[in-house]
Design a protein around this ligand. Structure first.
Ligand code: TRP
Length: 345
């Protein structure tokens, strides 16, 4: 079966979204709408692999939906929905838990990081997380998955699951009339763009993260202009002026990060930014960066506020997206059930 290009990606509804989520993911998702059929999910089932307060979770799902739309995801072009509203994810996730091997999951570095020292107390769901992620993607036979570097290993596992399913059930797949035996595609990660990795403003070697104890380490999408300006002003730098060439950023993670953020927001390259600011002091550059950040983020923030003021409207959008998502994934799931040997009516 030749697979038509289809994009799937998702984000967890946990905590406030920050500039790293926007530049590393959302901005790219928005662009892909113009070239691809896109499906964007709020992965609430992944969120509960660690404890979530129910009221906060509900709020976070709506907040992320609002952020998606405020950032430019368009329900006329793309499907936007929350994972738990489409039962196929759970169903296919279970089947993939039976396809994936313990040895494969044992290698997942994200589990090791998230489970920490006491892995006996981590949830079974946290361990099985990548099988559910594979189900998210393959339930739509998606071919392209825009993600950060940290998700590359999960994408490899997704391909391993797709391949093992195609092999294990080869006879049933051919019996279903799929002559080339490829029921699931081998989805590729899409990792590109100048600010794929936005780092902490306090430490250029750490990713910008919602779980960092210091709020000054990140720019939240709900920060006001004043806060954004102050955080950029306080951002860690070094005593040297900015280099004129990109190579000069190499041993300077903080400078590299700020230049990368500027480039991503201005939709240009680091080389271009350095052509403009190279040789100058950080104070001048930071002023320009703060202005650009405010110009970019403020309209998104006010749109997010407008949307979250009407939760019923957000719920309606998610219900509609979920129906459209199910219209694609349910027929695929029906075929999976037949191939696996289940009975359905
Ligand atoms: N694991 C991803 C993350 O933490 C979120 C995710 C879940 C996802 N399912 C997905 C991303 C499917 C892309 C495709 O960022």
């Amino acid at each position: 079966m030749p697979f038509k290009p289809r994009v799937f990606s998702g984000m967890q509804p946990t905590g406030n979204l920050h500039l790293g989520n926007y530049l590393g993911a959302l901005q790219r998702w928005v662009e892909m709408q113009n070239t691809h059929e896109c499906i964007y999910c709020i992965v609430d089932m992944h969120a509960i692999t660690v404890w979530q307060n129910p009221a906060e979770l509900r709020q976070a799902i709506r907040d992320v939906a609002a952020a998606y739309i405020a950032a430019g995801l368009d329900t006329k072009k793309s499907i936007i929905f929350n994972q738990s509203q489409v039962p196929v994810h759970a169903e296919l996730g279970w089947i993939f838990s039976c396809v994936a091997r313990l040895g494969w999951l044992d290698r997942m570095t994200q589990f090791k990081e998230k489970a920490g020292k006491d892995k006996e107390r981590a949830s079974v769901g946290l361990y099985a997380y990548p099988a559910l992620m594979a189900a998210d993607i393959l339930a739509y036979q998606a071919t392209h998955v825009p993600v950060g570097e940290d998700q590359k290993q999960h994408l490899e596992l997704t391909r391993d699951i797709a391949q093992k399913f195609n092999n294990d059930y080869a006879d049933g797949i051919r019996a279903a009339g799929i002559a080339d035996g490829l029921f699931f595609p081998m989805p590729e990660p899409v990792i590109q763009g100048p600010a794929t990795r936005v780092m902490s403003l306090r430490d250029g070697s750490k990713k910008m993260s919602k779980s960092d104890a210091s709020d000054n380490s990140r720019i939240n999408m709900i920060d006001d202009a004043d806060t954004i300006g102050k955080k950029i002003q306080k951002a860690k730098t070094d005593p040297e002026p900015l280099p004129s060439e990109e190579a000069g950023l190499d041993p300077r993670p903080e400078a590299d990060n700020l230049v990368g953020i500027y480039a991503a927001m201005a939709d240009t390259t680091k080389a271009d930014v350095l052509a403009q600011f190279g040789g100058g002091q950080f104070s001048t550059f930071k002023k320009a960066l703060a202005e650009l950040a405010v110009a970019k983020i403020s309209p998104i923030t006010s749109e997010m506020r407008r949307l979250t003021a009407d939760p019923a409207e957000i719920d309606r959008i998610l219900a509609d997206g979920s129906r459209r998502a199910a219209a694609i994934s349910q027929p695929i799931m029906d075929q999976v059930k037949d191939i696996v040997g289940f009975i359905r009516s």
